[in-house]
Design a protein around this ligand. Structure first.
Ligand code: NDP
Length: 291
């Protein structure tokens, strides 16, 4: 079994991004600039935005945060989106989700200029991804593809089973794994909460991507020998440690890893790749590679 070290791969890519950014700045061009819109004071959202800002600073990007109160109207939020769409000094931006219930996230996402949509959630980017055209790809699926590529994992002709069909992970990663490309060219089965006999399906997987948010759902008896396991899940499980909890994936590492040929740990697998893929999207948007 080989551990897929997302942390290490992410560090290498970050160094390369920092090198390219230094070149940009040396040539007296402005640094790539990410803006984030943060609505309200949800601690998880605050911490996600802070880590995105930190990652930007670490590679030499500029970052800024537009804070709006919890009771902001949808119209005011749309006006902030319009402002950033028109601000030439901002190359990419995102609206941190979730939004308060009185705001329709789809309306907000649809208002973002697709060329600045570094989360890759705009229907134009989703459509371009589905058509196999260049696009800004959501960060977590993009990070998974980078890991498969970096580890030289053979995907062509393999059966890839994806657990989860969210717009953020499951759906786009299914498209990427089935597209005519390398990595890709898989036969893909998507499972979700209404799928019957999941274990029968997961046992057929050559590559298993778990993104369901159910701690240690996939156990050793649900996989075959030699499977490649990508565990996207980030779950907090209470325990008797000092912290009172531990983080775990959607895969039971103890029983699955002895059967796996490759497996991502949690933490240190997919997570670090997500942030690095966001940085790569900012660079793409900066260079206008996806207009
Ligand atoms: P969502 O809650 O949006 O989607 C979960 C998906 O899993 C849904 O399609 C749901 O089915 C399916 N599902 C839920 N329970 C089961 C079950 N018991 N059996 C089969 N399918 C099930 O989650 P996300 O996609 O946003 O995230 C998934 C996990 O990945 C979470 O743990 C999240 O924290 C983590 N994550 C990690 C990231 C990283 O950087 N490592 C980034 C993003 C997410 P249905 O559609 O029928 O409801």
């Amino acid at each position: 079994m080989e551990l897929i070290d997302g942390k290490k791969v992410a560090e290498e890519i970050k160094k390369e991004i920092a090198r390219q950014t230094a070149e940009i700045i040396d040539s007296e061009k402005p640094a790539p600039h990410l803006a984030a819109i943060l609505v309200g004071n949800d601690p998880a959202s605050e911490s996600y935005v802070a880590s995105k800002e930190k990652a930007c600073r670490a590679v030499g990007f500029t970052s800024s945060v537009y804070r709006l109160p919890e009771n902001v109207t949808e119209q005011q939020l749309l006006e902030t989106v319009d402002f950033l769409n028109n601000d030439d000094e901002v190359h990419g931006f995102l609206v941190q989700l979730p939004l308060p219930p009185h705001i329709d996230p789809n309306r907000v996402i649809e208002r973002i200029n697709p060329a600045k949509d570094v989360d890759g959630f705009h229907p134009v980017n989703v459509g371009r991804l589905a058509l196999g055209l260049p696009s800004l790809v959501p960060a977590t699926p993009a990070g998974i593809m980078l890991l498969l590529e970096k580890y030289g994992i053979e995907t062509e002709g393999k059966h890839c089973v994806v657990l989860g069909r969210s717009n953020i992970v499951g759906a786009p990663v299914s498209v990427l794994m089935s597209r005519k490309a390398n990595p890709g060219n898989c036969t893909v089965t998507i499972c979700h909460s209404k799928t019957e006999n999941i274990a029968e399906i997961t046992r057929q997987a050559d590559i298993l991507i778990a993104a369901i948010g159910q701690p240690e759902f996939v156990t050793g008896d649900m996989v075959k020998n030699g499977v490649v396991v990508i565990d996207v899940g980030i779950n907090r499980v209470e325990d008797s440690s000092e912290k009172g909890y531990r983080m775990t994936g959607d895969v039971d590492f103890k029983t699955v890893s002895p059967k796996a040929s490759y497996i991502t740990p949690v933490p240190g697998g997919v997570g670090p790749m997500t942030i690095v893929s966001l940085l790569l999207n900012i660079l793409k948007a900066y260079r206008g590679e996806v207009k």
